[in-house]
Design a protein around this ligand. Structure first.
Ligand SMILES: [Cu+2]
Length: 486
């Protein structure tokens, strides 16, 4: 009898151990289940969980949002969760208003309470520093106090600690968080899956909603990591003799550009489609060049830059090029956000749209916030709800309010190139370009052959622009330039 009992316990023990090992094998990562974290400490004055400098706060926020999404209608947790993140982004600016309106009229007049004195002190400090906004002190104050307008910078202009903070937070999102009834969820994958469903893809591409939908998507990711997303200005790579040698394809930035990503900040990632993260840069497509940007900024209303266009390449066409150029997951429509480069690339596309809107305001009689062309599928109609960001209608994505949530630090200029260790001035064209990687790639042909064997299935972005250097396509540079300026 005793022997039988021991055998049964042993079998049960082996099964449990095996199951546990399998979970670890499938997710490839440790599931975050830290009951010791006291999430209450990360609540702000309004009682909402906020991301602070502490990494645990990131875990607390996502665990809380997803858990509440699971228990709230309409029974579609990922959508509810993503919309809650969006709500966080949209209310960035309302915090201070709410604070001052909390005071009663007499309280404001006499200002004797501690709360009022504190608010008045900070109000005056803000004004004083706003006046001196060009001074370093002013900028530092702004950064320290997390103003609602978040400044996005070129990735090579970030300090090392800023870049490390960005990649660290993205990696925290990539860790599974345990759910109460068993199972787990990976915040990064839930967010990347927003760009996966047929209805969302249709509402976001090939039409007027392309720039607005992706602007909202960036805000969602920013709310998820609590800091601005840097932008990757492709022009600085395009201008190199050999863009595949750019410093961005080293472990200091995006990790390797050819084959499975086995080193760098996103090393050994497994995507939501259970594939290894991979790339194959510089084989087809094109990065965005200065010439393309100039071609885009010639126009003074949205219609000629929104797909489809008769005379020129649309903003979407231009944006497709780098998706193909990087290849791997980034080249497949529904998998593209699985590579974090997606967000840096789109941050740049968003910057181009910001420049375009600025120039229409300055030189045309067009108000970009209402200039919504009637193009694309029915779901991209001006007043249709933005799928799946159901709090908004498509036209809201064109609003100045949404645009005002972010700002862009312009890319640096010659001769000093912002003092970046990763940029240099090309005196011939008077533009800053990326420094080349000093790493010697042992056998690029071997790596290429290996990378060619990695097949990432799915509908690919169509790039009408091909850089002459990518695959020897018989298209002269002059032709390329002419087409761009169309
Ligand atoms: Cu997209």
């Amino acid at each position: 009898m005793k022997i039988k009992q021991t055998t049964t316990s042993f079998v049960l023990y082996s099964i449990t151990l095996n199951l546990l090992l399998n979970i670890v094998k499938v997710t490839g990562q440790r599931i975050l289940t830290n009951p010791a974290i006291n999430c209450e400490q990360y609540r702000d004055n309004r009682g909402q969980l906020e991301i602070t400098g502490n990494d645990d706060s990131l875990y607390c926020l996502h665990e809380h949002l997803y858990k509440s999404a699971l228990s709230s209608p309409p029974n579609n947790a990922p959508d509810v969760y993503v919309n809650e993140l969006l709500q966080k982004a949209l209310t960035r600016c309302s915090f201070k208003k709410t604070q001052s309106s909390e005071l009663s009229k007499t309280e404001k007049k006499t200002c004797k309470s501690r709360k009022c004195k504190k608010l008045r002190y900070h109000g005056r400090r803000r004004k004083r520093f706003a006046r001196k906004s060009k001074s370093n002190r002013g900028r530092r104050y702004k950064a320290e106090h997390n103003e609602c307008n978040w400044e996005r910078k070129e990735v090579r202009m970030l300090s090392r600690s800023e870049w490390n903070q960005f990649t660290k937070r993205i990696n925290i999102l990539k860790k599974p968080i345990a759910l109460p009834g068993g199972g787990s969820f990976i915040p990064y994958d839930v967010i990347s899956n927003v760009h996966r469903g047929r209805r969302s893809l249709e509402a976001a591409h090939r039409g007027s909603n392309f720039p607005s939908w992706h602007r909202i998507y960036l805000l969602v990711m920013e709310a998820a990591i609590g800091i601005p997303i840097p932008y990757w200005d492709h022009r600085m790579d395009y201008d190199m003799d050999e863009p595949i040698d750019s410093i961005v394809w080293t472990d200091e930035f995006f990790g390797p550009g050819i084959g499975e990503v086995k080193s760098g900040p996103f090393a050994n990632w497994t995507t939501a489609h259970n594939e290894p993260l991979s790339r194959n840069i510089g084989l087809t497509g094109s990065l965005i060049s200065e010439c393309m940007v100039k071609g885009l900024l010639r126009y003074k209303s949205h219609d000629p830059i929104i797909y489809p266009t008769i005379k020129s390449y649309s903003l979407e066409d231009i944006h497709n090029g780098p998706h193909r150029w990087v290849a791997g997951q980034l080249s497949v429509l529904r998998k593209s956000p699985q590579d974090p480069i997606f967000f840096l690339h789109h941050s740049f596309v968003d910057y181009l749209w910001y420049l375009f809107r600025k120039s229409t305001r300055e030189t045309g009689n067009i108000d970009p916030s209402t200039d919504y062309p009637d193009k694309g599928p029915a779901s991209q109609g001006r007043y249709e709800y933005m799928i799946p960001f159901s709090k908004l209608r498509n036209i809201h994505g064109y609003s100045d309010f949404i645009e005002g949530l972010s700002s862009f630090k312009p890319p640096p200029k010659c001769p000093h190139c912002g003092g970046s260790d990763y940029l240099e001035c090309d005196a011939q064209i008077s533009r800053c370009k990326s420094k080349a990687s000093k790493a010697v790639v042992p056998d690029i042909q071997f790596l290429r052959r290996q990378a060619m064997n990695i097949v990432i299935r799915g509908t690919k972005f169509v790039s009408p622009i091909t850089d002459i250097r990518t695959s020897g396509v018989a298209l002269s540079f002059l032709q390329l330039a002419n087409n761009t300026l169309g």
